[in-house]
Design a protein around this ligand. Sequence first.
Ligand SMILES: Nc1ncnc2c1ncn2[C@@H]1O[C@H](COP(=O)(O)OP(=O)(O)OP(=O)(O)O)[C@@H](O)[C@H]1O
Length: 210
Amino acid sequence: MLSVSKLSAHRADRPLFANLSFTLDTGQCLHLRGANGAGKTTLLKMLAGLSSVQAGKITWQGKALAAWGDDYYAALHYLGHKDGLKDLLSPLANLRLATDLSGQALSEAAALKTLAQVGLIHQCDLAVRSLSQGQKKRAALARLLAISRPLWLLDEPFVGLDQAAQNQLGEWIAQHNRDGGIVILTSHQTLPNAIQNIIELDLKQVAQHE
Ligand SMILES: Nc1ncnc2c1ncn2[C@@H]1O[C@H](COP(=O)(O)OP(=O)(O)OP(=O)(O)O)[C@@H](O)[C@H]1O
């Protein structure tokens, strides 16, 4: 369970959101909405433990993030605007490196199977820098499938993906929810139909009401 209590954020002395509170249980998907600059990425980074909490509290499984320390990172996937891939390595090498570092090492055969799932079997040995934007996004998404972690924090995960890949990602998110995982994502678009149990949170409304 992820809980946010009275969370506030300012940037350059401008309030972004204030007194934000919500709790997410297993199997739920939170869709963060709001205009450009509303603070969606800021919030996602706080939830990922990548930005400090200015006011308020975030707890994971009943324990404050500060108390978790680095152990918290083993519970989550954070997919930000940068894809976190090494440009000179192939999707296959990137995936095997990520799985090795996570402690959930994959055989080459299993890694290739995952890359086939994300539609990159023919690009598995190319340097990431030579891939298209959508292919890079697919290479980054492969980590979600290969490394089992309960909390997915996804910043604009559908951007750059073609319609088929967006639908496929919707299925993966839905399956993750069915498996008891929690997903928090930002998106300016309507989410694929496959995703159930969606909670919408509009940061503009939070800012206006407080
Ligand atoms: N490191 C930073 N230093 C100063 N201001 C920042 C920093 N990062 C973000 N901001 C500001 O905080 C505000 C919120 O940014 P954020 O990226 O969280 O918005 P967002 O809701 O994700 O927007 P978008 O829909 O455009 O991705 C913006 O006005 C931005 O300029």
